[in-house]
Design a protein around this ligand. Structure first.
Ligand SMILES: Cc1cc2nc3c(=O)[nH]c(=O)nc-3n(C[C@H](O)[C@H](O)[C@H](O)COP(=O)(O)OP(=O)(O)OC[C@H]3O[C@@H](n4cnc5c(N)ncnc54)[C@H](O)[C@@H]3O)c2cc1C
Length: 545
């Protein structure tokens, strides 16, 4: 095939991804120097279309970036007024009193928000400062310079035929060159994965760990709605099968975010995270809340859980990893947005200083130091043992030991346990099916629980069918030849969007359903699935997730 010719555009900083990390970087760069040429590229059809968080927002990141965010109309409308934590059994629950929780777990002072709407507002702030934001532009390739440094990205390639050849409406996209390229793609970014491998950025860190987060928006009976209430649960229905838990956040307009996270280091390949979520809604406490209401949206996204020990080096020649492209979630708090914003701000400051000094294409070491040793590192460090304790000893031991460890870290700044290791990757944690028995899940009732495909239609996801599948199998024989006999092909169950099926001994990939959660790329036990970007604008269209 002839080499593709593309137009090129030169910028000071190219930013991949309009999430809280990327937008914060763009805003900070223009605050520091209005003349810098800053471009943000986003694969969603609009900013916010692919954003999925809980979300309870710790405003510390926003305070640092835009101190007068209130006066500027930021959509932080629902302060947290009540904070509940429950251990669930099948028929009831026990409330853990707030005084028993380490102070860092306190949600007072935080806000229940739609992060999609927060990102839309941040994009407006960025554009007012002169940032150019291009939604519908998926960045599919990195461009490298003579010395192996990243010099830019290819974005906006459209109209390929299913076999990868250019179709009638083919657009080759363009190359955006930058003195620095920021990868703020969120969890398991496809370009971020490439640079982490190419520059061996994770060589001194533990494997990254992940959870799968699924979320529905419900409109509930106004009599049951308690605006500002935050509820977290652990225990049933996961029990000993997997780590994880739920969140229920009462936002504005009688809406409630109901979400469920399953840690992806589970062993039993028969576990069906989506069905665990559906089952959870039948718990009496949850069913009571939702009865008479209606589910108005559904979505899913992986969440980074490795924390401090899994942070890779966040810089490489010509660029930096921001936010959850590096993995900055404080796991027990289920919060990463504040760190994403702080990382964007710090990367911008490092790039600004470098550009002022006439540099380009080198390594922004000041940013890496700030991530590991500044506010982000401190936030992650004090909770670093919670996840490894949970993985090793299960929920109850981790609550006791992990809670104690957080108390000592939070109050005195030290841990008796040192820094525990995570061990295996989530893919390697999967055990052979022969060691486990299939799990019998109740059928969804269509009122509180829904089948996967019906729910996927509430993510408004859409992919042009006449393009190559963006989910690549490194070896097409693996799903049926290895994964099916050995692991009962778990892709059929771990995917929260029903992308993967085994039909008549054939592995079928319904890529049109994909909600870009990246779980397949993470959990496939053979590490045979490579998630790449589809053409821009495709994917979910979340309203106010
Ligand atoms: C279920 C769930 C609940 C959570 N709850 C909370 C919470 O309550 N509070 C909290 O603080 N945090 C929460 N988090 C964590 C939080 O969502 C992340 O820490 C945060 O989203 C990280 O921000 P980011 O900017 O790094 O990435 P993201 O928010 O994921 O944004 C990345 C953006 O980049 C775009 N993109 C990716 N790749 C490309 C590409 N190649 N080309 C172009 N565009 C691209 C994406 O479409 C997306 O818009 C939760 C996460 C999940 C999954």
């Amino acid at each position: 095939m002839a080499e593709t010719t593309r137009e090129a555009m030169d910028c000071d900083v190219v930013i991949v991804g309009a999430g809280p990390a990327g937008l914060s970087a763009a805003i900070r760069l223009k605050q520091l120097d209005a003349d810098l040429n800053v471009v943000v590229l986003e694969k969603g059809s609009e900013v916010g279309a692919h954003i999925l968080s809980g979300a309870v927002l710790d405003p510390s990141g926003l305070d640092a970036l835009i101190p007068d965010w209130k006066a500027k109309g930021a959509p932080l409308n629902t302060p947290v007024t009540a904070d509940n934590f429950y251990m669930m059994g099948e028929a009831g629950q026990i409330r853990i009193p707030n005084f028993a929780m380490p102070p860092l777990m306190n949600n007072h002072g935080n806000y229940i928000v739609s992060m999609g709407n927060v990102c839309r507002w941040m994009a407006e702030q960025a554009e007012e400062l002169g940032v150019e934001i291009f939604p519908g532009m998926a960045c599919s390739e990195l461009v490298y310079g003579d010395t192996g440094q990243v010099t830019g990205v290819v974005a906006g390639e459209f109209g390929k035929n299913p076999d990868g050849t250019p179709g009638d409406s083919y657009e080759p996209g363009m190359i955006l060159n930058g003195k620095y390229v920021f990868l703020s793609e969120g969890v398991r970014g496809s370009l971020s994965k490439e640079v982490i491998a190419k520059y061996d950025l994770a060589k001194d860190s533990q494997p990254q760990k992940y959870g799968l987060g699924m979320k529905e928006i419900w409109e509930i009976d106004p009599d049951k709605h308690r605006e500002g209430t935050v509820t977290h649960t652990m225990g049933w229905p996961l029990g000993g099968n997997a780590g994880g838990g739920s969140f229920i956040y009462h936002l504005e307009n009688n809406q409630v975010y109901v979400g469920f996270v399953v840690h992806l280091n589970y062993k039993n390949p028969y576990l069906f995270p989506y069905m665990e979520f559906q089952r959870f809604k039948h718990h009496p406490m949850v069913a009571d809340l939702l009865k008479g209401g209606k589910r108005v949206a559904y979505g899913a996204r992986a969440i980074t859980e490795g924390g401090y020990q899994s942070l890779p080096k966040t810089v490489f020649p010509g660029g930096a990893l921001l936010g959850c492209s590096a993995g900055m979630v404080n796991v027990p708090r289920i919060k990463g947005n504040h760190n994403a914003m702080l990382s964007g701000k710090a990367a911008a400051e490092a790039a600004f200083a470098a550009i002022q000094g006439g540099r380009s294409g080198d390594t922004l070491d000041a940013y890496n130091t700030e991530v590991h040793e500044g506010a982000i590192g401190k936030d992650l460090r004090q909770v670093r043992n919670v996840k490894p304790l949970w993985s090793k000893f299960g929920l109850l031991a981790s609550l006791g030991l992990g809670g104690f460890d957080m108390w000592t870290n939070n109050l005195f700044g030290f841990s008796l346990l040192g820094t525990l290791k995570h061990g295996k990757s989530d893919a390697d944690a999967t055990e052979e099916a022969s060691k486990h028995t299939p799990i019998d899940y109740p059928k969804p009732d269509g009122k509180l629980s829904f089948d996967r495909l019906t729910n996927v239609s509430f993510s408004m996801t859409n992919h042009e069918e006449s393009q190559p599948a963006h989910l690549h199998l490194k070896d097409p024989s693996v799903p049926i030849g290895i994964n099916l006999p050995k692991y009962a092909e778990p892709a059929q169950r771990y995917c929260p969007a029903g992308v993967y099926e085994v039909v008549d001994d054939k592995f079928v990939i319904n890529f049109q359903n994909c909600v870009h959660c990246k779980t397949c790329d993470i959990k496939d036990p053979s590490q045979n699935i490579n998630w790449t970007v589809p053409q821009g604008g495709d994917g979910p269209n979340y309203p106010n997730m």
